[in-house]
Design a protein around this ligand. Sequence first.
Ligand code: SAH
Ligand code: SF4
Length: 393
Amino acid sequence: MTASTPITQDVLTIPRKAPEGGKVNLVGLTRDGMRDALLATGTPEKQANMRVGQIWQWIYQKGVRDFASMTNLAKDYRTQLDENFVIEVPEVVTRQLSEDGTRKYLVRIAGGHEVEVVYIPEEGRGTLCISSQVGCTLTCSFCHTGTQKLVRNLTPAEIIGQVMVARDDLGEWPEPGRNPKNETRLLSNIVLMGMGEPLYNFENVRDAMKIAMDPEGISLSRRRITLSTSGVVPEIARTAEEIGCLLAVSFHATTDEVRNKLVPINKRWPIADLLDALREYPKVSNSERITFEYVMLKDVNDSDEDARRLIELIKGIPAKVNLIPFNEWPGAPYERSSNNRIRAFADIIYKAGYASPIRTPRGEDIMAACGQLKSETERALKSRKQIAQEAGL
Ligand code: SAH
Ligand code: SF4
């Protein structure tokens, strides 16, 4: 990596303890983590596993936020829990509803930081787009989040907490004893496509997604969770092994020269390295196709030659190509490709045998579309000049 490559993992981390009175937040703890916490506060060893299961069900399946409501636990034990622990999720500061039904939440996390979460209702399913970091250390030149200076990793509690506050708002905490199937849920899918690079916050994202997939947790199939990465090559195999969810990759260009400008992490892990890692991915995780995300930027990456090069590059990888019309934001140095251009590009990919859906921008009226997320309140922004310079424009 050269000195000028703007890649760093040097982000703030905060302890997993809840601030109030030194009580530990039970949200976001792994099963082992919660077991240890319970043992340390006097739960007898032989009961610990059972208690973890019971508490997980109250927290993640029933949406309970106070120990007093955990009626299958003895009263004394509930008091004991209350003395040592809290059940804390991020605070929803604002909620905006788009004309198309998309909901955008601004949630506040420790330290006064804010991140955005987007719920997208669709026919027969509903997808929650969650964030993994405040801001992003990467500086993709077409992405609004990349213009935000401040970065901090979200904790597992803050990551899974986004799912919990969305379920609060959707009123989707099932009656005790009833756990609807994935396909009948309002919140049936999770995409890690909000703010941040999930693979630069690997452990926390993994722990949160394990809760999302656990039958006593949020209980979503691993095939309903998609992690999107800009291409952190060394963490891709680990994602398959330790999370096993579906993978999307922000590809966006078909030559290293252009990708270096759009997705600067490409200078560190160029296209050939990225494709090698992706070729291995489905084998390890036994998952389905990899989604190649491709933002359509006028006269930058949208030619017929690009489409043909893309087909050559992804040959042999079970793939689908998701074409994302560029979503503009104030000061953005690019324009969206025309609809005709996007359709022509899609057609070439489709004829080569790959699904090539054009993503309909959702929630544009509330700035909830891909790449538009950035909390207004994080005021430390880069200047237009700096954005253009980093893009090599
Ligand atoms: N950091 C991760 C996940 C978040 S971005 C990643 O980059 O994959 C989710 C998707 O939105 C990525 O494919 C990203 O490249 C794309 N995106 C970012 N800004 C965009 C914009 N302005 N218009 C359209 N898509 C954008
Ligand atoms: Fe970060 Fe993804 Fe935006 Fe790039 S596209 S700056 S990796 S959030």
